[in-house]
Design a protein around this ligand. Structure first.
Ligand code: KG4
Ligand code: ZN
Length: 354
């Protein structure tokens, strides 16, 4: 649990440095709570390690850690310069404490904690998925809880009832592959380079809907859990039994994307019913998917509600969401003892209320 301490009210307008290093992206941002809204994001920069891991077909944890070591300090300098700030202007530091790759997390946590120590400012370890979940709230005209959140990333697919910031009830989650993982594995099976999710989505744009029809897993029974691994097998069989032409690949990609998007939309509608809510927020890398954004927007509007997304760059891993989530907690007077925290597995339900 986070040790909650309080600090004086005059400190509660803060410029918070956010550091994300849980996987293969180094993200840094400054969020200024005095400005607030989207303009409060004074600067943010992401360095992606995609090229480094591409030849291995997936993230190599040790290489990821070493690259964070190389890139983090230059990225912090660059981001502060873009924000027109000096190191001494920072009032608090937020870093991803977990979940994620332990070595990668340790790099961000070590740098963040050391900076906070040197600057004598408070620091806080942020839950990566809470960061994703709160990213839509950075945008202007953001909704306030209660709402339902769909978290769709490479490691998670969860439906969460958000009663208040920091108060999260898990409504459903994937029993096997995450939605992003299913995109990546399916893309790999059809020979697309790593990371396949965005490439598969691009390919699906030139595919014809309905040529390949895959199932909408677990929608034929009640419940809010997901399962995407069977879908992957269906695609594999379809691909192996096909002529494997460029058009067929695009048609299969379209069939797969439609199946995932429909499944997510069906479960989101059910989750809104279960929570008695009209507002859905969507976050995580798969939230950048255009067809998913269109489908969920239409579904929510048809119900008289609203679907909210961060801009695509804030769907995938970034420092802005960590700066923002950390700023909410720091401003509320929460910060930690001078310990470096890296928690590879961490349940969001354990978080304290803001
Ligand atoms: O949130 P994120 O950047 O990292 C994790 O915390 O996992 O999500 C990355 C995931 C990857 O699986 C990637 O393939 C998927 O998000 N993704 C997409 C799209 N952009 C990223 N999946 C489908 N369509 C996209 N446009
Ligand atoms: Zn993520």
């Amino acid at each position: 649990m986070i040790a909650v301490k309080s600090f004086p009210a005059q400190d509660r307008r803060m410029k918070v440095l956010g550091i994300e290093s849980s996987c293969d992206e180094t993200g840094v941002a400054v969020y200024d709570t005095h400005i607030g809204g989207a303009a409060g994001l004074r600067a943010h920069a992401v360095y992606s390690q995609i090229a480094l891991h591409a030849e291995y077909g997936g993230v190599v944890p040790e290489l990821a850690s070493r690259d964070h070591v190389r890139k983090l300090l230059p990225l912090i300098r660059q981001t502060l310069a873009e924000a027109g700030l000096g190191m001494g202007d920072i009032d608090g530091v937020a870093y991803t404490a977990g979940p994620g790759l332990v070595g990668a997390l340790l790099v961000g946590a070590g740098v963040a904690r050391s900076l906070a120590w040197a600057l004598d400012v408070p620091a806080i370890g942020v839950h990566h998925m809470e960061g994703h979940l709160l990213a839509p709230l950075i945008e202007d005209d953001a909704p306030q809880p209660p709402f339902v959140a769909l978290l769709v990333s490479g490691g998670h697919t969860q439906l969460v009832a958000v009663d208040a910031i920091g108060q999260y009830r898990l409504l459903g989650e994937t029993l096997d592959d995450a939605a992003g993982e299913a995109f990546d594995k399916t893309a790999k099976m059809m020979g697309l380079p790593y990371p396949g999710g965005p490439q598969l989505a691009k390919l699906a744009e030139s595919g014809t809907p309905g040529v390949f029809k895959f199932s909408r897993p677990m929608t034929d029974r009640p419940g809010l859990d997901f399962s995407f691994s069977g879908l992957k097998t269906q695609v594999l069989l379809a691909w192996k039994g096909s002529d494997q032409s460029a058009q067929t690949r695009a048609d299969i990609a379209r069939g797969f994307e439609d199946a995932v998007v429909d499944t997510l939309a069906i479960k989101c509608a059910r989750a809104l019913d279960a929570a008695g809510c009209g507002t859905l927020i969507v976050a995580g890398g798969v939230g950048a998917n255009k067809r998913l954004r269109a489908k969920l927007t239409e579904m929510c509007e048809r119900r008289g509600g609203r679907a909210c997304f961060p801009r695509p760059a804030l769907c995938t891993d970034n420092g802005a969401m960590i700066a923002y989530a950390g700023a909410l907690r720091l401003v509320a007077g929460q910060h930690e003892d001078a310990t470096i925290r890296a928690v590879p597995r961490w349940d969001m339900a354990e978080l304290p209320l803001v």
